[in-house]
Design a protein around this ligand. Structure first.
Ligand code: NOJ
Length: 535
């Protein structure tokens, strides 16, 4: 069977507010993304995913939608989004929109109508109760139930009180949401990233979640979310959604699955459907939440692959708009970041990158008075919120960094000029060129996206070593997760050492290939190809 594009794609996530501003308001827009299309193409990516750009009062920066059929004027117009899709397609790139199906904005006309009475046409579009029926918490703090003065009842919100949860047990809601998906598919969108998709169906009788003992900063994390997430009905809804999307050629659904930290790969995998009939892809964030350590990373990656199995497709992600950037998590160690991305890019399946990741961009420092994110506002300083990971893209070295002629909505990363695209383009050893070469290699050689993966034993807790195989090709990846040189001896190696030639290194200094062992520099990662015996 031919491989579908999403089975081995590289998707680049854009946080539109922070990518490129063209009207000087300090907030990025669709025209800005169009303006940077050549740059996107030059990265060699297959698709761009835009965080939500629909009409929104922006209580959660677009994850609270008040009109699913229009683009927020802050970002542009429907014509702009049509043009963006066309421009991307002309360059052979797909466009994925972020779609929030679990909740709307409180300002959505459905909610405004629903709150008027208990018997209006939209009365059951949301989840209402005369009293607080259970112990559910909102992920951003406070109880998940808020009293509405007009309807004189409580409504459910799994996130902010400005984000009321839709009632997916109401067929009219399902039909309405499916019409929205069709509208965008008809306009040429190539797929959706589905926000918190495992939360859409709630327990029918709204039972309380079991409590977790211990102490954690957020009350939300003090319960096992078995009644407000992962209800069996979700799978049925996803099967219907898959049928809808598959009626259009070459489209894709990738789902965000809310899990207990540091991750539940089996759960994320379950949403692909036993018969590959639910989501095309789902996110497992375990790696992003796992300490940078060879044993832990290997265990995490293996568990994800085992959960996915041979016939479904894993996706890989180290950064997104909700978590501190990788480089900052690694306290600025560029060699470690290069090693991590080598691991990422040499995995089977599809890869998700986050704008600025290719520059090695760290988090912005956001002082209290500039915090925008509701999570940060509520939990500062225990949790600084997500603004630091959403800093503006750095295009040039001068003031404004080519992002905006106005004052940018969030501060640039510290020492911003040193990350500028224009500088990195000129430097062969820059992070940007490193990513480009990794991406080119992956695209030229199907072994990386499609090949099987077998972990090899080195008896060294600082090393991850794996063999990738596809048709007649073989390559071996060795990663040193330690700050000292390592001599690596591969115990269950299928071929003698002399058969391997170095194909790629994360560092300039190449390992010594003359000795018995593979010698790796601190934090070095290398790809070796099997030299064919006949050559
Ligand atoms: C997950 C999104 O990634 C996050 O940014 C958002 O705040 C919540 N879902 C609520 O929609």
């Amino acid at each position: 069977m031919a491989t579908a594009w999403w089975e081995e794609c590289i998707v680049y996530q854009i946080y539109p507010r922070s990518f490129q501003d063209t009207d000087g308001d300090g907030i990025g827009d669709l025209k800005g993304i169009i303006q940077r299309m050549d740059y996107l193409e030059s990265l060699g990516i297959d698709a761009i995913w835009l965080s939500p750009v629909f009409c929104s009062p922006m209580a959660d920066f677009g994850y609270d939608i008040s009109d699913y059929y229009t683009i927020d004027p802050l970002f542009g117009t429907l014509e702009d989004s049509d043009l963006l899709i066309r421009e991307a397609h002309e360059r052979n790139m797909k466009v994925i929109f972020d779609m929030v199906l679990n909740h709307t904005s409180i300002e959505h006309p459905w909610f405004q109508e629903s709150r008027q009475s208990k018997d209006n046409e939209k009365a059951d579009y949301y989840i209402w109760s005369d009293s607080i029926p259970n112990n559910w918490h909102g992920a951003f703090g406070k109880k998940a139930w808020t009293y509405d003065d007009v309807r004189k009842q409580y409504y459910l919100h799994s996130f902010l009180e400005e984000q009321p949860d839709l009632n997916w047990r109401n067929q009219e809601v399902v039909d309405a949401m499916f019409s929205i998906l069709r509208f965008w598919l008809d306009r040429g969108i190539d797929g959706f990233r589905l926000d918190v998709i495992n939360c859409i169906v709630k327990d029918k009788t709204l039972r309380s979640n079991p409590k977790i003992v211990g102490s954690r900063p957020r009350p939300y994390d003090m319960q096992r979310h078995i009644f407000d997430r992962n209800r069996p009905g979700t799978h049925q809804k996803l099967r219907m959604m898959r049928q809808l999307v598959d009626a259009y050629p070459d489209r894709m659904l990738v789902g965000e699955i809310m899990v207990e930290l540091p991750g539940e790969p089996e759960l994320a995998a379950s949403y692909l459907g036993r018969n590959r009939d639910e989501l095309h892809l789902s996110f497992d964030f375990s790696l992003a939440y796992t300490r940078f350590n060879a044993v832990k990373w290997q265990r995490s990656a293996k568990r994800w692959c085992e959960a996915i199995g041979k016939n479904r497709v894993p996706s890989w992600v180290l950064n997104n708009h909700d978590i501190s950037r990788l480089v900052s998590r690694l306290t600025g160690n560029v060699a470690k970041a290069k090693l991590a991305s080598l691991f990422l890019i040499t995995q089977r399946g599809s890869i998700f990158l986050y704008y600025g990741e290719e520059l090695g961009l760290p988090d912005s420092k956001v002082p209290w008075k500039y915090i925008h994110d509701p999570l940060g506002k509520r939990y500062w300083p225990v949790h600084p919120g997500r603004d630091p990971a959403r800093g503006p893209m750095i295009w040039t070295v001068e003031e404004g960094h080519g992002f905006s002629v106005g004052e940018s909505w969030l501060p640039f990363a510290p020492d911003a000029a040193s990350y500028a695209v224009e500088e990195q383009e000129k430097d062969a050893s820059s992070m940007l060129n490193y990513y480009r070469s990794l991406i080119t290699m992956r695209k030229e050689e199907p072994i990386f996206g499609r090949g099987t993966c077998t972990y090899l034993n080195t008896n060294n807790k600082h090393i991850i070593c794996y063999l990738r195989e596809y048709e007649d090709e073989k390559c071996m990846i060795i990663l040193n997760f330690n700050g000292r040189k390592q001599n690596v001896i591969i115990h269950d190696m299928v071929h003698p050492k002399t058969d391997w030639t170095i194909r790629f290194s994360s560092q300039k200094m190449l390992p010594d290939t003359e000795t018995e062992a593979f010698n790796l520099q601190p934090w070095q990662g290398c790809i070796y190809s099997l030299k064919s015996k006949s050559s």
